[in-house]
Ligand binder design. Sequence first.
Ligand code: NAP
Length: 303
Amino acid sequence: MYDVAIVGAGAAGLTAAIYAGRKKLKTVLITGPNIGGETNSTNDIRNYPGYEGSGPELMKKFWEQAKTWGAEVIEDTVGNIKHTKHFTLTLSNGKQLEAKTVILAYGRERRKLNIPGENKFFGRGLSTCTTCDAPLFSNKITAIIGGGNSAVEGALELARIASKVYLVHRREGFRADEVTVDLARKEPKIEIITNHVPVEITGEKFVRSLVIEDINTKKQRTLDVNGVFSEIGWETHTAMVAGLVDTNVVGEILVNELTHTRTLGLYACGDLTHIPHKQTVISAGMGAVAALEAYRFVTVGKN
Ligand code: NAP
C-alpha cells in the first residue's frame, strides 16, 4: 500500500514527488517515456523564476531532484483507477497497485491535424507552440491554423515577427474572443482565410507550403510558406478516472484551490485541470499543493 501514487512526471508530478518524498510518504511515480512533459517542448524558458534556459534542461533538474527523495518509479501507463476504501490503479501491463491517495498530473495532448506531412515536418517548419517558436520566423511567411484564442493571439504574435501570416480557420465564426479577432482583422500582415481546412503540408527538408481546401467548393489552394503553426487545441483524457472527477466543457478536471477533485484523496494538478494558465511554474506550484494535501489526508485522515 502506497501513501501516494503520482500519475505523470511533468513539472506538476515531479514537484509532487519532491514534496511527498520530503514528507516521507511512501510514494510511487508512474510515468510514460516523456519525463518532463510539456515543458520539454520549450527551448527558451525565461519565465521560470530563478532559471533561464531550455525546457528539457529544467526538467532534468526536476527529475534529478525528485529521484533523490526516494519515490519508486514505474515506467508504464495507468489504464484505470478505481476507488473503494483506497485507490486501485491498474497499469497497462495488467499489474495493480494500491494507494491511499492519488495525484493526477499526466497533462494533456495536443490535437493532431491528421494530414500528410504533419509527422514529417514537425520541428522542421511545423510547430504546435507559437509562443515558443515564433521568434524563429523573423521576416518569414507563415500560416497558423485554428480559430480559438491560441491561433488568433498566435497570429498577432507572429505578425510582430514574420513578414506575413495566413490565419486559416475551418469555419466562418471564430471561437476566439471577439476583441482579439478584431485586432487580427485590423493587422495588415494577417490575411484571414475562413471556411478552409488544411489538407497537406509539403516541402523537402523544411516546410515549403500548406495546401488548404475550401469546405464548400472543395477547391484547393497552395500557400507558399516557410512555417506552419498548428494551434487547434488540446485533449484531456479522463477515461481512466471516469466517475471520480468532474470536468468542464472542454474535458479538463475541475479542482478547488487545494487541487481536490470531487473524490476524497484524489488530487489533480497542472495542465489537465481547468486552471487556465498552463505554465510550468503554476504546474509546479499545484504539484506542491497536491502533495501537501495528500500528506494531510494520509496523516490526519481528512482534508
Ligand atoms: P480551442 O479553443 O479548442 O480552439 C481550437 C480551434 O482549432 C477551434 O477554432 C477549432 O475549430 C480548430 N480545430 C480543431 N480541430 C481542428 C482540425 N482538425 N483542423 C482545423 N481546425 C481545427 O483551443 P485553443 O485556442 O488552444 O484554446 C484552448 C483554451 O485556452 C480555450 O479555452 C481558450 O479560450 C484558452 N486560451 C485563452 C487565452 C487567453 O485568454 N488569452 C489564450 C489562449 C488560449 P472550431 O472552432 O470549428 O471547433
